[in-house]
Write a protein that binds this ligand. Structure first.
Ligand SMILES: NC(=O)c1ccc[n+]([C@@H]2O[C@H](COP(=O)([O-])OP(=O)(O)OC[C@H]3O[C@@H](n4cnc5c(N)ncnc54)[C@H](OP(=O)(O)O)[C@@H]3O)[C@@H](O)[C@H]2O)c1
Length: 339
């Protein structure tokens, strides 16, 4: 199917428009001036009738049904995996290209999994659905790609420090409400996370699998291999939820075929698309979620040759997972299709 037919503007649907990613989609489409003829905002029956603003105009949210996609060119899905499985085929049948933020189709053979800075060419192999990778994987892969091209990555060991908005709008609210309750000396309610997230870190993101890794950790393993077209790179991830509102951070170690010095890594990363170096530790400059939130670049710093093996490099990356980890990446894919 490849590129979309050239038009001055496209009909776009946002499925899950009222959620954390949906809200970010509206910001990004507006900021990047995406050429939109008609915009359709879809969510559950709970939100039908709600009004959202886009480019200064009010749009009424509609309940998503199988008939929602007539005339739609591009459907941006962020309504959860089961809704993608149920409704994305109807959108494709109606003639739309679906760019899906959930994990529902990511590992399907016929569904390209794309980060435009990493494997843009894969986008054009789609058969109606393109998957947006897991947010933690996107933020790691943007800096890994130039290092892999130069030195050949053999192994990755990564620990994530994932913000609460990564689990959705309501989960982010839980950190705020626990903070307010603590200030007032009231009991702290736990609903969205396995434990209290305020003043805590929880080494548990998504559900556990048979090998004792979580699904989130296995996404990092499987999706990295798929996007780098490698069945030899091994990735061991430990994913951890931290009391941050927005932007994920990751401590990344790579072992490569060829040695990369700190200087070479700095040179490669300083010109890599989607990366901004924040590496001047003497002046207290390193990536932090507070700086990564609200912008689209993956901030990379704390770059050092690893002292535990010959060809090892360690670094720290922070990126806004609602933007580059979800909405921005999906809109960049849409931009590839209409170029
Ligand atoms: N949060 C992140 O950082 C992030 C990053 C990458 C990918 N993702 C993925 O993006 C998806 C959405 O995540 P989120 O964080 O935005 O979640 P969220 O804040 O909980 O939002 C979920 C959205 O899905 C809608 N929805 C729920 N049930 C529905 C139904 N039956 N029919 C139609 N719409 C329905 C909700 O509408 P109502 O308001 O009507 O309930 C809401 O708009 C998930 O698959 C998630 O894994 C999230």
């Amino acid at each position: 199917m490849g590129k979309l037919q050239k038009k001055p503007a496209y009909n776009v649907a946002v499925a899950g428009a009222t959620g954390a990613v949906g809200d970010t989609f509206l910001k990004i489409l507006e900021e990047r001036n995406f050429p939109i003829a008609e915009l359709k905002l879809l969510a559950s029956a709970r939100s039908a009738g709600k009004k959202l603003r886009f480019r200064g105009k009010e749009y009424v949210v509609e309940e998503m049904t199988h008939d929602s996609f007539g005339g739609v060119d591009i459907a941006l899905f962020s309504a959860g995996g089961s809704r993608s499985l149920e409704f994305a085929p109807s959108a494709v049948k109606a003639g739309a290209v679906v760019i899906d933020n959930s994990s529902a189709f990511r590992m399907e053979k016929d569904v390209p999994l794309v980060v435009p800075e990493v494997n843009p060419e894969d986008a054009f192999t789609h058969k109606g659905i393109i998957a947006n990778p897991n947010c933690t994987t996107i933020i790691m892969l943007v800096p890994l790609k130039p290092l892999h091209d130069y030195a050949g990555i053999k192994r990755v060991i990564v620990s994530s420090y994932q913000s609460t908005s990564g689990a959705g709008a309501m989960a982010m609210e839980e950190l705020k409400s626990q903070t307010k309750a603590w200030v007032k000396g009231e009991p702290i309610n736990v609903e969205h996370f396995a434990h209290q997230i305020l003043f805590n870190v929880i080494p548990h993101v998504d559900s556990f699998t048979d090998n004792w890794y979580t699904k989130e950790e296995m996404k990092m393993y499987n999706e990295t291999r798929k996007m780098l077209h490698s069945d030899t790179i091994s990735v061991s991830a430990t994913c951890v939820r931290v009391p941050v509102l927005t932007a994920h951070s990751e401590s990344v170690f790579i072992e490569t075929e060829r040695k990369i010095s700190r200087e070479k890594a700095m040179e490669l990363l300083s010109s890599a698309p989607g990366v901004k170096l924040a590496d001047d530790p003497g002046n207290k400059t390193y990536p932090m979620p507070i700086d990564a939130a609200g912008q689209d670049l993956c901030l990379v710093g704390r770059i050092r040759e690893d002292i535990s093996c010959d060809n090892g490099l360690s670094f720290w990356v922070s990126g806004d997972q609602l933007r580059k980890g979800a909405a921005t990446n999906a809109v960049q894919i849409a931009e590839l299709l209409i170029k």
